[in-house]
Ligand binder design. Sequence first.
Ligand SMILES: [Ca+2]
Ligand SMILES: [Ca+2]
Ligand SMILES: [Ca+2]
Length: 453
Amino acid sequence: MLERILSNKVFFIYLLGFSLLAVFLTVGYVYAQNSLNDRLKGRVLLQVEQKGEAWYVDPENGERRFLGRPNDAFNLMRDIGVGIINKDLEKIPVADANMEGPDTDGDGLSDAFEDAIGTDKNNTDTDGDGYNDKEEIIGGYNPKGKGKINIDNNFAKIHNGKVFIQVEGHGEAWYINPVDGKRYFLFRPKDAFNVMRKLGLGITDNDLDKIAKRKEVTYVAMGASVTVGASADPREVNGYAYLVRNALKRVRKVKFNNMAIGGTKIEFFLNNEFPEALKLNPDVVTVLVGGNDIITGTSINDFADDLDMLLKRLKENSIKVAVINSPNIANYPKFIDGSNEFVTIEKINEFNHISKEKADKYGFVYVDIFNSKLSTDMSLISDDGIHPNKEGHKFLAGIVIRKIKEIILNQGIHEECPQYSSPALDWCANGTIISGGVDENGCQSPPTCEEKT
Ligand SMILES: [Ca+2]
Ligand SMILES: [Ca+2]
Ligand SMILES: [Ca+2]
C-alpha cells in the first residue's frame, strides 16, 4: 500500500515536473512568438528564401496574411482599411512616394494625389505663397494655407501599420509605414505592390513560421427575413448579416453562409436551417429569434422547447452562438394600431425572456436589441413598417459585431495548439511514456510517464 502511494507520488512529481516544464516552455515560446509578432506588426515581410512572396502582419492581432499578386495585395489592403476623416489623416506626415501618374499642372503630384490631399490639380501653388504644392506637402508645410501642417507623431505611432481609407474623399487608401511613421498613397494596385516591395522586410522561412497565419472562421447566420436582409437592398451589401461578415473579415479569414429564409419561425430554424448549417461546420452562428413566432402566435412553450433544442444541438457541436432577441415590434408602424392580437409588448417580453433564459442556460451570448434604438427610433424602420431599413441594418450589425468580436477574440476560434518542446532525454527513463491524447480542442496533450512496476 505504502509502495503504491509512493509510486503514485513519484509519478505525480514526474507529472508535475513535466507540467511545469511544459508550462515554462509554452510560456517561453509564446513570449518569444509575441515579441516577434509585436515587432513585426504592420510590416510587410518578404520570404527571402523563396521567391520573395509577400506577407502582411496584421497590426491588430499580429497574424500574417498572404499578399499575393499586386491586385490581391491592393484588394487586401483595402479590405483591412479603416475609415478616417481628413482632419485626422492630415496629422500623419506624407511620404515622398507613389505620386506618379497624370499630372495636369506639372507640380510633381499626380492629379489623383492632389485630389486625395485636397490641393488644386490645375495650380502648382494652390495657396499662392510661392512654394509649390509638392515642396510644401513633403516639407511638412500646408499647401492649402499658412504655416506648417499639425503633424501628430503620437497619432501616427498608434496607427502604425494600418491602412486608412478616406471617408470624405473618394475612398483613397493610405498605408502607415511603421518604420518612418509616414503615410504612403495607395491609389493603384501597382502602388500597393511597390510599397510592399520597397518597405518589405526580408524574413527567413524559419522566422516566418513563428508568426501565426490568420485564423479562419466559419460564420453562419440563421433567422428569417431580417437576416436575409429584407428592406436593405442590395441585401448582400446592406443586410446586417453581411455587414457582420465584413467586420469579421477584418480580424479573420471568413467563410460565410446565410441560412435565413423569409417568413420562417423557430421550428424551421431547428429542422431546416440547423441541419444545413451543421454541414458547414461553423464556428460562430448568429440566430435572430422571435419575430415571426410572435407575429403568428406560436405558443410560448413550443417556442421555448424548439429554441432549447436548437441551442442544445449547437452547443453539442461546440459552436459559439449569439442569440439576438426581438425589438419592440409592437411599436412599429405595421403593428402600432393593435391589429395583430399577438403583437403586444407583454408577448414580446415573454419571448425575449425565453431567449435570454436559453442563451444563458447554454452559456451563449445574448444580443439585446429590444433595449436599443431599434425599438424606439422609427427612422431605422423601412416603409413596410416592419423591417429595418439600410440604417436599421447598419445599427443592428453594429450591436451584433461588438458581441461577435467578444466571442471570437476572447474565446478563441480555431486557436493554434500550444507548442511543447520534448522533455529531457532521461525523462521517464525508468517508466513507460503514455501518450497524452488529443484534448477537446483537437490539440495534442503532453505525454505522461508511468512508472514500471
Ligand atoms: Ca499636380
Ligand atoms: Ca497642384
Ligand atoms: Ca504653396
